[in-house]
Design a protein around this ligand. Structure first.
Ligand code: AQP
Length: 339
């Protein structure tokens, strides 16, 4: 395990589908893997957050959670170096969340873009209070570990800003308690776009044709890439404003082959969109196929997945408990006496 004086990294991902997509991988998980070097890292499956929309069938949630762990490990998260755990295994997250809920304005929470977007998809009583307070629980998830960096995609920037505000608000009122964390967002890969609608982010809640799922079979992946919406003209150039479809394909190719975008632009000089799509399809399949195979191997031993989660929670819990104790003291709760 990493030395405790290394900068701390914390991030989470929701087990809200049976497969992560390439946006999750390129925007977040790839950085999770890289940041295992030189940092003390905590990565959790946000199973509490997974209830905020329409709560899934309990068996499905259990399966998705184990499946999510398998995908993290197959993508390169190493449980020896990273604490990998379930949010529901560390009660401190919800204990701290209440304190932050009481420091967050109702208007402030209801202005969060993701809340407004998801609220627009639901209606009336089907929008849960949990959806409103989700970013506050997320602030607790981060601050409870005194994390310095939070590797996420661009869509999470506003939530990390709220986390920073809440840390500063608490520190201002009760004295220096929390590290004020920074979002770690890589400029080019911060927002992978939907292949059918390059104005929207790739997302599990958009139609499947535009989403490259890590566990899709190779034929489906290749088909989706080859049917991707591209732009006017024929030149292969990285220009996110003028050529969003082509630029998105270049970002994907760059991420899965670890090749800088200018080198790809040079390689494809004079070639058409068809050549780019063929190369992206081949590269995505070459990346996803072994990952998918490894996921299925790992899932054959669910007891080992549960042991990884137990070891991760064992590392996380003492840090979380110490923060909750300190915070409860600072707000003035009477400490429980020894009897
Ligand atoms: N398209 C994306 N590009 C870059 N990063 C992305 N992330 C998600 N989509 C993209 C990042 O993935 C991490 C995990 O996100 P999450 O668990 O919150 O998943 P999500 O945002 O709910 O994923 P979806 O697919 O977008 O789900 P819906 O449709 O339900 O909202 C985060 O770091 C996120 O930034």
């Amino acid at each position: 395990m990493a030395a405790p004086d290394l900068p701390r990294v914390l991030s989470g991902i929701q087990p809200t589908s049976s497969s992560f997509h390439l946006g999750n991988y390129i925007g977040a998980l790839k950085q999770w893997v890289a940041m295992q070097e030189g940092h003390e890292v905590f990565y959790f499956l946000a199973d509490l957050h997974a209830l905020t929309m329409e709560p899934p069938d309990p068996k499905v949630l259990t399966e998705r959670s184990r499946g999510a762990v398998a995908q993290l490990l197959a993508a390169g998260v190493d449980p020896e170096r990273s604490a990998v755990f379930l949010q529901s295994h560390v009660p401190g997250h919800t204990q701290l969340s209440w304190i932050f809920e009481c420091l967050t304005g109702y208007g402030e929470a209801s202005r969060m873009t993701q809340f407004k977007e998801k609220m627009a998809r639901g209606s009336g009583d089907r929008v849960s209070v949990g959806l409103l307070t989700y970013p506050v629980l997320q602030a607790a998830d981060i601050l409870i570990y005194q994390a310095h960096y939070v590797p996420v995609g661009e869509d999470q920037r506003q939530h990390v800003e709220l986390t920073r505000d809440l840390a500063q608000r608490f520190n201002g009122r009760y004295g220096d308690t929390f590290v004020v964390p920074d979002a770690f967002i890589t400029p080019e890969s911060k927002k992978i776009l939907d292949l059918q609608d390059p104005t929207a982010k790739m997302s599990k809640s958009l139609p499947d044709a535009g989403t490259l799922n890590l566990l899709d079979d190779p034929a489906a992946l290749a088909r989706k890439v080859k049917r991707a919406v591209t732009d006017a003209g024929s030149e292969i150039r990285f220009d996110p404003a003028g050529k969003p479809g082509v630029s998105n394909l270049l970002v994907i190719l760059s991420a899965v082959t670890d090749t800088p975008i200018p080198a790809l632009e040079a390689d494809f000089d004079g070639q058409g969109y068809g050549a780019l799509k063929n190369a992206v399809a081949d590269a995505v399949v070459a990346f996803a196929e072994p990952l998918s195979k490894r996921v299925h191997e790992l899932l054959a031993d669910p007891a080992e997945i549960d042991r990884v989660l137990a070891r991760g929670a064992e590392r996380a819990r003492p840090i979380a408990e110490a923060t909750v104790r300190d915070v409860y003291d600072r707000v003035g709760f009477v400490p429980p006496a020894d009897v």
